[in-house]
Design a protein around this ligand. Structure first.
Ligand code: MEV
Length: 329
């Protein structure tokens, strides 16, 4: 049996502007994970051995059973891959097999489990893809560098999320803080002094694809105006990187409020996110902003470590469905 996992992620600074080429910072969140477990079916029987010799046969390929009880899915891989568009779980397997130039799989069960909330800005889709690709690589006794794994997960993101920047698959594959510029730079960066973030979930499911498409429409309506907003967000991300690497992380607080206001102007906040940002501020957070696609999903608050439980409590009272306290280091 083979198991592989991948963490969730939060974007500290730069979401949406990153789709338009500005830099962004993201960090993994290891308290939530996607896990894929592969187990061979009927290993060792004479019939299986004989059929393995004839592994290219179409009927043989149909023996990959996939179960994802969290989303009520039980099917076989090849049925899912023939949908239009194909199911992302099946597509992750398909892009890997084609990269490896493998056109069959031994019979197996694939069990997918994730504690990362779906459509909440925590990278659940990318994490499941990365876990699936890593599990299959181990099962097939093959190796690919992280850069390739991330690129394959990006193919899956692209199929289902329109025009993603690639930041989610990057931070989740590298499982380290990353400074990211679309099509240019994926740079793991150094965290000078650890800092504490409270993540709060509005409980509102909000597909990133829609908010990304709306921001694109906004930009198309007046590119000069919105490019200035993206520039400001990019400058904030640059400044924040310097702070994280070399200075007192509390200096990031005002930049978070500023970044949130710019995201509000891009129409990707909503009243639930604004309420949580406000509640975090009143409870003594150093900074707060929405994180990810917005319109729901999660927000983040930068806090002093000793103040984290009080801020989490205030966020719960203001309507958060759940909170996670995470240390970035
Ligand atoms: C989603 O986690 C971040 C966005 O900037 C979209 C993307 O970068 O692909 C909203």
């Amino acid at each position: 049996m083979i198991t592989a996992s991948a963490p969730g992620k939060i974007i500290l600074f730069g979401e949406h502007a990153v789709v338009f080429g500005r830099p962004a910072l993201a960090v993994p969140v290891t308290q939530v994970q996607a896990t894929v477990t592969l187990a061979p079916l009927s290993e060792g029987s004479g019939r299986v051995k004989k059929r393995r010799a004839n592994a290219q046969s179409a009927s043989w390929q149909k023996k990959v059973l996939i179960e994802a009880p969290d989303i009520g899915l039980a099917s076989n891989l090849f049925a899912l891959s023939s949908g239009d568009p194909p199911h992302p779980l099946a597509f992750a397997a398909t892009v890997l097999l084609s990269a490896l130039e493998v056109d069959w799989l031994p019979p197996m069960t694939m069990r997918v489990h994730s504690t990362i909330p779906v459509a909440a800005g925590l990278g659940s889709g990318a994490a499941v893809s990365v876990a699936m690709i890593r599990a299959l690589l181990a099962f097939l006794d093959r190796h690919l560098p992280d850069r390739r794994i991330s690129a394959l997960a990006y193919e899956v993101e692209r199929l289902h999320h329109g025009t993603p920047s690639g930041i989610d698959n990057s931070v989740i594959t590298f499982a380290r803080p990353v400074y990211f510029v679309k099509d240019h730079i994926i740079e793991p960066f150094h965290v000078g002094r650890p800092f504490t973030i409270v993540i709060a979930d509005t409980g509102i499911s909000a597909p990133t694809k829609e908010s990304v498409a709306d921001v694109r429409r906004l930009w198309q309506s007046d590119a000069a105006r919105w490019d200035k907003v993206f520039d400001k967000i990019g400058e904030i991300a640059q400044k924040a990187r310097q702070i994280v690497e070399n200075q007192d992380p509390s200096l990031m607080g005002p930049l978070m409020f500023e970044n949130h206001a710019l995201l509000q102007s891009l129409t990707v906040s909503n009243s639930a996110l604004d309420r949580l940002v406000h509640a975090a501020r009143r409870a003594g957070a150093l900074g707060a902003k929405l994180s990810g696609g917005g319109r729901g999903g999660n927000m983040i608050a930068l806090v002093r470590k000793e103040n984290a439980p009080a801020v989490a409590e205030a966020l719960n009272s203001a309507g958060a469905q759940r909170t996670i306290i995470t240390q970035v280091e």
